[in-house]
Design a protein around this ligand. Sequence first.
Ligand SMILES: Cc1ncc(COP(=O)(O)O)c(C=O)c1O
Length: 401
Amino acid sequence: MEELPADVAAFVDAHLVDRRNSNAVKWDGLKEEFGRDDLLPMWIADTEFKAPQAVLDALTARVQEGTFGYSIRPQSYYGAFINWQKERHGVTVEPEWMRFGVGVVKSLYAMVNWLTDPGDPVLIMQPVYYPFMNAIKDLGRRVVSVDLQLTADGWRMDFDQLEKTLATTHIKAMILCSPHNPVGRIWTRDELTRLFTITSQHDITVVSDEIHGDLEVSGPKFTSALQVAEGKARQNLVVLNAPSKTFNLAALLNSHIIIPDENLRAKYDDFIKQLHPVDTSLMGQVAGEAAYRHGAAWLDQVLQVVRYNYRQLLDGLAQAAPKATVADLQGTYLAYVDIGAYVAPDHVKAFVEGICGLAVDYGAWFSPKTATYIRLNLATDPKLVAKAITRLTEHLSQPQL
Ligand SMILES: Cc1ncc(COP(=O)(O)O)c(C=O)c1O
């Protein structure tokens, strides 16, 4: 395996934190989820890297100011986010389109609640981030999945099946994952255009969860739904994103709800006032602004670490377990690995935890059809990733499996 480039190694040394005993779900929540705390944690989508120094400085300055009374979101926050979107992705966002939340998943619940009625079907594309299913089911709606298809060219949307489903089922709302967790795809402009053409013909409101949009590891550049959806599709569009995944700020609870259409926005405002939710976390907003202003170089280094770890994973598997497959890691740091050539679906958990000593997100959580998959978090110490790969490959290559 190639060496970690010197600048990336220096970044890792300077930013790596031992998160044990810090109440990190990924480390200190092992026992609760897996019943034991000695597993190597490759699950949960956050990282072991300290946030950008500018974020730490901004938070420290805010703490030193010393008062924590009721607070507004300053215009400078909008400026920092809007500028980031423009410079990093070429996406235009107007300040008046923005609403706020304290987490994308919390906003997903609000969206399902707002856009549909109990009993209604909500469209998703499995395998997908399991809180999508939870939100739909917890609110008494019905999951309708037009499953993604694994083709010779990787994971693709199934437009034929989509048309067939929409011909027979009246769908009001769809939750899109873009980029897609867990299959890693950055949807191309063509794919998104085709999708929005179909959804607009059926008058479907699309909630596009773009929380992974900044995590461009490989493949096409990220395209936001805001760049593609026009006409009726734009009138029926909500985009959710946040600085949390990008800059490792999840517990600071700060996320965005972007609704470009004035009428839809007014309807959202009308709905949400009944819930009167908390929509601003002071520290999250301070951290987010600093990150958008000064965090680009930090993010570029994290992405280098992820690319390196992805190459480690591909090399390790190619050598010791060549029949394992890894989804193309385009727009996330979460690798979706199929070990089904070696391990039967009902043995995956015993193999991963009992034999390899790893904690992962299981494919079965994302779709019953991907029960032989495991999702590995690659935004961490390359040495930790190397250890996980060794444990996995050592045992996958055992003939007795
Ligand atoms: C697609 C997707 N949406 C939302 C989230 C979580 O967002 P939040 O912590 O803001 O609720 C994640 C976290 O992994 C995710 O992958």
